[in-house]
Design a binder for this molecule. Structure first.
Ligand code: ADP
Length: 204
């Protein structure tokens, strides 16, 4: 669903700072990247939180996002009645430098049904991108959904994530997104996502 535009108090969203405002590019490859760093520091239109079904906060990146955003975020999340696995919900960003937070729920990785996990992970990415596009977000930074406590192997999560991003960016709704980055934190994720990137976004 759509929510009203953010208060005019925040600076315009840019990926890394005012000097690097991304210029809309026709090339798909220029519009997707892996970034190593702390997602709570990014001045983008929307960051995507690796949330859980309750949307009441948790450990890992979820905890870091709630700490940095302040109590307003949890108060708004409490009004949302949770979120099913493979889906996402959008809120305001409170004290964070971004404009919106998209709370996506990836799967707890199942070794018994890895295909179901992949469908749910793909759907968490796609739902988040649709929410971003529907709310006019131009720059989106994803957490490496499910690759922490939820146990999704990074080497399997990376191609699933990048494939979903590619498919969305090539579609009609993807045309309005200037930049999508996946923010990796730990070395295992940095390596896995950087290895997969050229397979899905090969140098032109
Ligand atoms: P999940 O429960 O979906 O597995 P986690 O928060 O445990 O979510 O892990 C998701 C990913 O977020 C992991 O790769 C973890 O290293 C990473 N992470 C943790 N803190 C941060 C942060 N401040 N910025 C970006 N990524 C983070």
């Amino acid at each position: 669903g759509k929510i009203p535009p953010a208060a005019a108090s925040k600076p315009p969203p840019t990926l890394l700072g005012p000097s690097t405002l991304p210029t809309p590019s026709k090339s798909l490859n220029d519009r997707v990247a892996i970034v190593r760093g702390d997602i709570t520091k990014l001045r983008v239109s929307a960051i995507v939180n690796a949330a859980n079904n309750s949307l009441r906060g948790g450990g890992g990146v979820d905890g870091a996002i709630h700490r940095a955003a302040g109590p307003g975020l949890l108060a708004e999340c409490r009004t949302l009645n949770g979120c099913p696995t493979g889906s996402a919900k959008i809120t305001r960003a409170y004290n964070l430098p971004c404009d919106r937070v998209i709370h996506a729920v990836g799967p707890i990785y199942s070794t018994h049904d890895p295909e179901k996990s992949e469908r749910e992970l793909t759907s968490a990415y796609t739902t988040s991108l649709k929410l971003a596009a529907d709310n006019g977000c131009k720059t989106v930074a994803f957490s490496a959904l499910s690759t922490g406590v939820y146990g999704y192997p990074s080497r399997a999560a990376a191609p699933a994530a990048l494939s979903a991003v590619r498919k969305f960016m090539k579609g009609e709704d993807g045309k309005n997104l200037d930049k999508v980055v996946i923010v990796t934190f730990e070395k295992k994720d940095v390596d896995a996502y950087n290895e997969a990137l050229p397979l899905f976004f090969p140098p032109e």
